[in-house]
Design a protein around this ligand. Structure first.
Ligand code: NAD
Ligand code: TYD
Length: 341
């Protein structure tokens, strides 16, 4: 198959691109506008004539349509997004522009390509955050949980999910939506919890924990998420699932932020004195947890990377890739850290 990946220079996108090449897709096209979190170094060393990078935005509908038509794209994995909750609290505009209007632009390009003879399947990569927040004793989110986003990032992802569902219903688009919990692994931009805390601890800097650190996240290794995305695509393209189906993916790994930071400190043999409690994130979601029994039943999917192994490999990756770290800690990154902390 010939695949278009949007946001392929980001954290998860770069793992999707590498997996598509491993899986011998006939053509792998990566469309990425290279925002602050998009980094061509994430794909450094790929030397494969099947791979083609296009520097451009999903908001440019004409470009997206011409890529689909010229490359005869048969499936799209859509990851391009603004992805950081804290940034969405400071400024929501880029989130509306990319996550909502960018998805609108991609959907329209897919429709007009179909009118011009090229039909594509779409996997829309979304997040568990669209379900809102759970209390301590509540059941994990299933695909039937209500959509009730509580931060601006999650609201824009929920809106994009609804646009996708509307296009499936109205225009008979062949699309499926994936909703995954918090990912970790190599190449994650160090604004997110695990890489931020790892790099700060390596440098002997303070580890800023929001509020009391008792918020819970369900951590999943990025490779397990990527496997889930490709399982969904396989099932959709083989018509084993109906268009419009949603699949949740989670890691069976609920931890408080304080527990997570403790694990990182252990890996690095660093002192707990580095922990610093800072003012809480406004509207901070208390708990995310995922029920992935639907994916397990229909896609034969389950997470396979153990947290201990995954975290050790991730921390080692940050230790061993100081050039990458140096390259992402540029002016923009420094400005963000100064503004936020
Ligand atoms: P990321 O911020 O690391 O990467 C986003 C990528 O999208 C970057 O390469 C960026 O340059 C690109 N991009 C942004 N705007 C674009 C545009 N207009 N056109 C083309 N490219 C554009 O994000 P990530 O963590 O890799 O997340 C990828 C996707 O997965 C997002 O849709 C996110 O909502 C979803 N997701 C992330 C997680 C997680 O834990 N990170 C969990 C569930 C779902
Ligand atoms: P993050 O990695 O931003 O993911 P998300 O907000 O999408 O879950 O944050 C994970 C958790 O870590 C979240 O509860 C907020 C918390 N956190 C901190 O306590 N300090 C920090 O500096 C950051 C970035 C996050």
């Amino acid at each position: 198959m010939r695949i278009l990946i949007t946001g392929g220079c980001g954290f998860i996108g770069s793992h999707v691109v590498k997996e598509a090449l491993n899986r011998n897709f006939e053509r792998v096209v990566n469309l990425d506008s290279l925002t602050y979190s998009g980094n061509p170094k994430n794909l450094h060393g790929i030397n494969d004539s099947k791979y083609h990078f296009i520097h451009g935005s999903i908001n440019d509908g004409g470009l997206v349509e011409s890529v689909i038509l010229e490359e005869r794209i048969e499936c799209v994995i859509h990851l391009a997004a603004e992805s950081h909750v804290d940034r969405s609290i400071r400024s929501v505009k880029p989130f509306v522009e990319t996550n909502i209007d960018g998805t609108r632009s991609l959907l329209e390009a897919i429709l007009s390509s179909r009118d011009n003879g090229i039909s594509t399947d779409l996997i829309h990569v979304s997040t568990d955050e669209v379900y809102g927040s759970l209390g301590a004793g509540e059941r994990p989110f299933s695909e039937d949980s209500s959509i009730s986003p509580r931060n601006p990032y999650a609201a824009t992802k929920a809106a994009s999910d609804m646009l996708v569902e509307a296009f499936v219903n109205t225009h008979k688009l062949s699309a499926s939506i994936t909703r995954c919990s918090n990912n970790y692994g190599p190449n994650q931009f160090p604004e997110k919890l695990i890489p931020l805390m790892t790099l700060n601890a390596m440098d002997g800097k303070k580890l800023p924990i929001y509020g009391d650190g008792q918020q819970v996240r369900d951590w999943i290794h990025v490779s397990d998420h990527v496997a889930g995305i490709f399982s969904t695509l396989d099932a959709l393209s083989r018509k084993q699932i109906d268009p419009g189906e949603v699949f949740n993916f989670g890691g069976d790994c609920e931890m408080t932020n304080l527990e997570m930071v403790g694990e990182i400190l252990l890996q690095l043999d660093a002192s707990e004195d580095l922990i610093e409690f800072v003012p809480d994130r406004p509207g901070h979601d208390k708990r995310y947890a995922i029920d992935y029994s639907k994916a397990s039943k229909l896609l034969d999917w389950k997470p396979v990377v153990s947290f201990q192994r995954g975290l050790k490999e991730t921390v080692d990756w940050y230790k061993n890739n100081s050039d990458w770290v140096k390259s992402v800690r540029t002016g923009e990154y420094k400005n963000w850290i100064n503004e936020q902390y």
